[in-house]
Design a protein around this ligand. Sequence first.
Ligand SMILES: Nc1ncnc2c1ncn2[C@@H]1O[C@H](COP(=O)(O)OP(=O)(O)OP(=O)(O)O)[C@@H](O)[C@H]1O
Ligand SMILES: [Mg+2]
Length: 278
Amino acid sequence: MDNLAKTLQECKKELALKDEKIAKLQKALDEKNNTNYQEKKPLEQDELIKIHTRQALMGEMIEMILHQWRQPLSTFALATSTLQLFKETGDLNDTIFEKYTDIMMNNVYFLNETISIFRDFFDNKQEIKKTKPSVIMHKIFILISPIIKQYNDIFSIEFKNDIWFTIDENELIQVLLNIFKNSMDEFNKKKTPNPSIQVRFILENKYINIEIEDNAGGIENSIIDKIFDKKFTTKHTSMGTGLGLYISKDIIEKNLNGEIFALNGTYGAIFKLKIPIS
Ligand SMILES: Nc1ncnc2c1ncn2[C@@H]1O[C@H](COP(=O)(O)OP(=O)(O)OP(=O)(O)O)[C@@H](O)[C@H]1O
Ligand SMILES: [Mg+2]
């Protein structure tokens, strides 16, 4: 009986100790959750904003993509009916057959590539991948061509060292799209006669430098310090949210550990990006 009482006493003590330990753990956990909550909240909000701005871009593009797809699809249909015609008239030979199946395959390839580039970009997956400047610009061309029809006339791209490196490609593409879209907005606003965007990629040992220069007249000096601020915009509410450059700076600094700044050149705004690469 004595023994039992002793054991019970010991058990009680042990239980009390455990309770104390649990209480301590719980307190520590609560504190951690609290700080996590406070630290995480703005981050999560920014993450949401980032997704929203990407989706807003998607909204603009979707309609145009349908137009973009119409052309390769009708080329495909035309090639099919031309082949049928040759067959019916008995004029179908190997050369003609190959010529038209090539056209069909190229268009299927183009549609397929477009779909996968769009899907990859809107996936919101953070993924470090191997890429190079020309690949990035090709993807941007596919993504932006529904919006910017005169892409080839507007863009001039210079690669110093078009070599492979590793980066979160989607994040970088999102930033470049924001910057290009701003230039396009300025061209429209100012009715720039010969709009041009020069993009220079300079790959150094451990960094990629990207310079984007437009000829839309530049950023007004009185606002140049504010353009990266959250919700700073000079556009009508239906035209801009003021989040494009805020998100871009956030991505460059927090996700890609790089730097971004803006200045005015002779003909327009210049954006400079410096991002560490591996
Ligand atoms: N290339 C540029 N030339 C002149 N002004 C610019 C240029 N890029 C940005 N700005 C100025 O910086 C402001 C902020 O740009 P930001 O991309 O953050 O927002 P926005 O374009 O106004 O709206 P959103 O991108 O959310 O649609 C713009 O409203 C514009 O006044
Ligand atoms: Mg913008």
